[in-house]
Each structure stands twice: as C-alpha cells, then as structure tokens.
Design a protein around this ligand. Structure first.
Ligand code: FE2
Length: 372
C-alpha cells in the first residue's frame, strides 16, 4: 500500500516537473513582456485547473500592485481592486513573501473590496509571490468560484512555477531595457545624420511618421511597423559616409559626385548589418531609392522584389522631400505634390501604396478642414 502511494506520488511529481519544464521552455521562448505575462497566467490556470487568474506586478514606486495580465476576470473587478503592499490578501503575499491560500475569500477578514469580490462570484483563492533574487516583484493569483482548500502540493507547484516565471519576466524586462537603449541609440544616430546634412533636417522624423501611417493602414504586424519606424528614421544614415562638400553643394552635382551620393544606401546598410538589433532595417535602407519600374539604385530592383518596407519609405521620402522647404528651394504647393505622386505612381512608386497614401492624406485633409 505504501509502495503504491509512493509510486503515485513520484508519478505525479514527474508529471509536474515535466509540465514545469515544458512551461519554462514556452515562456522563455518569447521576450515580449506582455506575451510572457499572458502565458504565465494561462499556464497557472492550466496547472491549477482554475478558470480565473491574474498577475500583478509592483508599480515603479513599489507601493501598489498593478494588474499586468488576467483571464476570466471582469474589467470592472480588475480596475476596482487596487492593492497596496501589506494590505489585503495579495498585499500580504507580497510583503510576507509567502503564498496564501484561502478556502473562501468572502469569509476572510483580510479580504478587501468585499462587494466587488462577491459580485465577481469569487470564493477560493491561491496567491503566490513572484520573487526576483529574493525580492518580491509581483503575485500570481488563481481564483475559484466555489470554496476550495488548496492542497500543499498545489501551493508548492504554483510557487515553483512562480520562480520559473520570475526568470522569464526578468529576461523580458532586460530585453525591454535593451530595446529602450537601442531606441535612444537610433535617435542619436538620426540626430547625427541631421547634424551633418542640413537638407535632411527634420526629414527623417517626417519620413518615419508617414511610413508608419502607411504601414499601419496596410495592416502590417506590430514588428513590421517597428522595423519601418526605425528604418524611416535611419534610411539616410549612410550619408554619414558622404563628403560634406557633396552634401552641402547647392549647384548641380557632377556625375562623379552624384555617383558618390548614390552610395549612401550601401553605406547605410553596411552600418546596420554590424548591429544585431538593426539588421532587419538594413534591406529597407539599402533599397529605399529603388524605383518600381526598376530604374532606381543601387541595383535596379523592380516591382515587388523591392522589399515592401523600402517601397513604403520611397513614397514617404519623396512626399516629404517635396512638401517641405529646403535651404535651396521653397516647398512645392500641396496640390502639385499630389499630382506628382500620381504621375510617378506605377513607374517610380508602387501604385497600390500610392493609393493608400493618398487616402491617408485625404483623410487628414478632411479632418483639418471643418465642414461648413
Ligand atoms: Fe536617401
């Protein structure tokens, strides 16, 4: 009898360990913090056979627990239950750094927001702290609609899972920080081009804005939109490698000078390829002067063999070059620029994207002019 019990216990442990292993593989396979938090919630529910779960992390001041991911709980429950460290059940979990299980929260004196808890039809709960190097950073809580006495092995399982989860959260937060640093590096690089080439002053920023609008209208994925955003800012980064006399020349460029200027996409792509986080942007920078009919540079790519992001940049780039004042000429009139975009649609520019861009501009124009 004892042997059977031990065997069952071991089998269950092995099951739990393999589930935990699977989970830790899964939650560390993404670095996007929201995705990580969502999958922690999903796995917690699966493991605890619960239908409701929430994950809260400490706010930057370390005073309140903020809901960062949840399932099976109403929005009104999540927004009307602020939790301060040290107060209520979840607040105690974080301050004591220990799990708490409650058979029926409606009858527990520590329960805050009792009315909301009742309305949500919550009874049992199990809440475990998320610790990073021994410091509490948040709590995972599963709820049941009927009173439930969580067994010690269930409490242990969720606690062990929370320690796996904390590693995934830590990684994702570090990644987010790296991305932030990356963004400031991108901004510094963009500023560097603008400092060198007065013609492009404010231009990169505008190209980025137009390109992002087009990308969104085309329903591209958030990652693709991000790539296009940075590519917009950095599409002319290769001008760093072009001599100042060429960039600053007001007279017509000689053919040699023009050939040199036209190397900026290659220089730009070479810079991007050196940096891990910028690598995806390299092809967009390289091909932003290609034309739809194959008459562009650096290699004369044609039609859809030009990356979509580069075709988008080409439109944004042309539009802003014409619509803004330049040191050597005034801006072209808006109607003229629109006519030009239509004129080169299908030859210089991708006609489908031109149509999309014109629709965006029309929408913005309509929003600007109040109807009489
Ligand atoms: Fe360019």
């Amino acid at each position: 009898m004892e042997n059977v019990k031990t065997r069952l216990f071991l089998e269950r442990k092995i099951d739990e360990i393999s589930v935990l292993f699977e989970i830790s593989q899964s939650i560390t396979s993404t670095l996007m913090i929201d995705e990580v938090l969502d999958s922690i919630v999903n796995f917690s529910m699966e493991m605890m056979h619960a239908l409701r779960c929430e994950l809260r992390l400490l706010d930057p001041t370390g005073t309140f627990l903020e809901v960062r991911a949840a399932r099976g709980l109403s929005k009104s429950f999540l927004t009307s239950t602020p939790i301060k460290v040290g107060e209520g059940i979840l607040g105690c979990v974080i301050s004591q750094k220990l799990p708490i299980s409650v058979v029926d929260a409606r009858k527990d004196p520590r329960t805050r927001h009792l009315g909301v808890v009742k309305r949500e039809r919550i009874a049992g709960l199990l809440s475990v702290p998320i610790l990073q190097r021994g410091i509490p950073v948040g709590v995972i809580t599963v709820y049941t609609s009927k009173p439930r006495d969580f067994a010690q092995n269930e409490i242990d399982l969720l606690t062990t899972f929370a320690s796996q989860a904390s590693i995934a959260i830590d990684n994702a937060q570090m990644y987010a920080k790296t991305k932030e640093q990356y963004l400031s590096m991108v901004m510094a690089l963009a500023a560097a081009i603008e400092a060198k080439d007065s013609y492009t002053h404010g231009h990169s920023q505008k190209v980025m804005e137009y390109a992002v609008k087009i990308a969104r209208r085309l329903d591209l994925s958030p990652e693709e939109v991000e790539t296009i955003r940075y590519a917009g800012l950095l599409h002319d980064i290769g001008k760093i490698g072009i001599k100042d006399v060429i960039l600053g020349k007001k007279e017509k460029l000689t053919s040699d000078e023009l050939a040199e200027l036209r190397r900026h996409p290659n220089y730009g792509a070479t810079i991007m390829e050196q940096v891990d986080l910028l690598r995806d942007i390299a092809p967009l920078t390289l091909y932003h002067h290609e034309k739809f009919d194959g008459s562009g540079y650096p290699i004369g790519l044609k039609g859809e063999s030009i990356p979509l992001g580069a075709r988008i940049l080409a439109i944004a780039d042309m539009f802003d070059s014409m619509i803004a004042d330049r040191p050597y000429r005034k801006a072209y009139p808006y109607d003229y620029v629109i006519r030009e975009l239509k004129r080169v649609s299908g030859t210089q520019l991708d006609p489908e994207i031109v149509t999309v861009f014109l629709a965006i501009l029309k929408g913005e124009e309509a929003a600007r002019i109040p109807s009489v």
